[in-house]
Design a protein around this ligand. Structure first.
Ligand code: SF4
Ligand code: SF4
Ligand code: SF4
Length: 573
């Protein structure tokens, strides 16, 4: 440990701290528009400059290391003026669009300009109307609002291992773009939306389905049904300005009814259904020398990544559709039939933590007789927008239960929202399906938490079942490379596109709270610990749907409605 002086006060820092990390640990903040915690510094924006005694110029605090006895002024007049000038220069060719911008009131550039007292346009730069790329079913890119911080490029390459976007052109014409400047839909983008979550401005956003949903809600010809993914109830509160990790399950159900949905279902129910189908598929593969390790299929960004970068693993991936698509297919068949509705009269909306779900719902194979299983997908952020638009007061609204016939979910379905949750839920049911008895301890602690790769061994009927969980596709690639190199001890792998799973999906609230993801995960496991129905195979509504409609897991109806296949795609980057 060493001693440094910050603004006249002595602080202790580690030898390998940067000025920025040491100052932040001491509870002070220095603003930055390019830095991301946990990544090596890029020093791109220079907003974080500080004065250091004995150094002539200003020093970028994100990339300068501390040394013993260093004297630093973080908010000297010179540093503040430099920051203000940088922001004024960034705004010189920035559109004056805040009122129309998706990030209005949650934009780092806007907030910083306000904090630094930028109240008039000091410089006027050349403004070109650059083409907005709305080609992707998931993401819209507006290069006019881009400040070239590079965060999106880094997350796409360093976390997801995709590299669909990069810096293109030079000098004042530099932009973020795709290979050959094609639309994002033609690139190798896997639609994860992690670039949106790290973008400090409105240059990246989801392809909004809000209007589509509002039109359907006001159309008397449509019977509007909504499902919400397991992670939404623990993140919508945050989107509405409440504490991270608050569970708004029942309140959200009530709110969805108030804004006009005819039925409200929980995707955790079809997560239970996924476990029945996927667990049975795993057992079938183990008993019949099928392709192993089997890999989960519920994360659509991962599926596009598989199809693009690892097509040789297609036989390993479960043929199960994702819970979103399973419930979509069941709503337009079993539910529509039960209610006497024609499938094309049902407008099926899903609320998802994930931008890739918009792409998934759009896949041609996710339809029956040309009628899509899911008609519109809202992210948590879009749901927040609609709830604010309708003036729903979540503080006063009374919680309500989900609708029949899919009103009951187990907590195994609920923990799908966190990395490791699918695996834990699957192990609980696979153990029962193979042994006829319940696990004495339902918790599989080894696969919980935010580490990128987690592993465990579970003994079932004398067989040592090797399981692994990866979240973030860079981590998944490491695991897949081990399997390619001949690793044989794994039977089942869970892969989630986003680091930490759906709780940090690309459609989740964009939050400055660095502990938000941990709070969201904790909330899901608290729900699991506090309820009694903790296994998918004991869910009475799951038993009933097999009795009344599906027959048995992996049966003919399931095969037709709940399973799918995968394509091979070209890598364009
Ligand atoms: S990106 Fe930020 S500063 Fe730019 S228009 Fe949008 S809200 Fe305003
Ligand atoms: S959505 Fe994901 S894959 Fe596509 S550009 Fe953004 S980070 Fe890269
Ligand atoms: S699109 Fe956003 S994250 Fe990417 S460089 Fe531009 S401002 Fe930064």
């Amino acid at each position: 440990m060493i001693q440094i002086e910050v603004n006249g006060k002595t602080l202790t820092a580690k030898e390998d701290d940067t000025i920025l990390s040491a100052v932040r640990k001491a509870g002070l903040n220095i603003p930055t528009l390019c830095h991301m915690d946990g990544y090596p510094p890029s020093g791109a924006c220079r907003i974080c400059v500080v004065e250091v005694d004995g150094v002539n110029g200003l020093v970028p605090s994100c990339s300068a290391g501390v040394r013993d006895g260093m004297k630093i002024k973080t908010h000297s007049q010179r540093a503040l003026e430099a920051r203000k000038t940088i922001v004024e220069l960034l705004l010189a060719n920035h559109p004056d669009d805040c009122n129309y911008c998706v990030r209005n009131e949650n934009c780092e550039l806007q907030s910083l300009a306000a904090e630094l007292g930028v109240r008039r346009r000091t410089y006027t730069g050349r403004r070109e109307m650059l083409r907005i790329d709305a080609s992707s079913p998931s993401i819209v890119r507006d290069p006019n609002k881009c400040i070239l911080c590079g965060r999106c490029v880094r997350v796409c390459e360093e976390v997801q291992g995709v590299a669909a976007i990069d810096f293109t052109k030079r000098g004042s014409r530099a932009q973020i773009g795709t290979a050959f400047d094609q639309g994002l839909n033609l690139s190798c983008c896997i639609n994860c939306g992690q670039c949106i979550v790290v973008c400090p401005t409105g240059a990246l956003a989801e392809n909004s389905h809000v209007k589509l949903v509002l039109d359907a809600l006001s159309n008397p010809e449509k019977f509007c049904v909504v499902q919400h993914a397991p992670a939404i109830s623990v993140t919508i509160a945050e989107e509405l300005g409440c504490t991270a990790g608050s569970d708004y399950d029942g309140k959200m159900v009530a709110a969805l009814r108030r804004i006009g949905f005819d039925r409200v279902f929980d995707t955790s129910f079809s997560a239970d259904l996924t476990i029945m189908e996927e667990g049975s598929e795993l057992i079938h593969r183990v008993k019949n020398n099928g392709v192993l390790p089997m890999i989960t299929s519920c994360s659509p960004g991962w599926i596009k990544y598989l199809e693009t970068f690892y097509p040789e693993f297609r036989p390993n991936v479960s043929t199960c559709k994702s819970p979103q698509q399973m419930l979509g297919a069941i709503i337009k068949s079993y539910f529509a039939e039960r209610e006497g509705l024609k499938p094309d009269k049902v407008f099926s909306v899903s609320i998802m933590p994930c931008t890739a779900k918009k792409f998934e719902a759009n896949r041609p194979e996710m339809a029956q007789d040309g009628i899509p299983d899911v008609d519109a997908v809202l992210t948590t952020r879009e749901l927040g927008q609609i709830l604010r638009m309708f003036g729903v007061d979540m503080n006063t609204i009374e919680p309500e239960a989900a609708d029949t016939p899919f009103g009951t979910r187990s907590t195994a379905g609920k923990i799908f929202g966190a990395s490791g949750g699918v695996m834990e839920a699957a192990v609980r049911s696979a153990y029962f399906l193979l042994t006829g008895t319940e696990l004495s301890n339902l918790n599989l602690e080894a696969v919980r938490g935010l580490e990128g790769v987690k592993e465990a061994q579970v003994e079932i009927n004398g067989l040592k079942v090797g399981v692994a969980v990866a979240s973030g596709l860079g981590n998944a690639a490491k695991l897949l490379e081990q399997v390619k190199a001949g690793r044989k001890d794994l039977h089942f792998i869970e892969i989630m596109t986003c680091p930490g799973g759906c709780i940090s999906g690309g459609g989740q609230p964009i939050s400055a709270d660095t502990n938000a993801v941990k709070a969201r995960m904790k909330a899901l496991y608290q729900i699991d610990a506090s309820e009694n129905l903790r296994t998918s195979h004991t869910n009475p509504d799951i038993k009933r749907i097999y009795e009344e409609f599906l027959g048995e897991p992996l049966g003919e109806k399931s095969h037709h409605l709940l399973h799918t296949h995968y394509a091979q795609r070209e890598v364009v980057r």
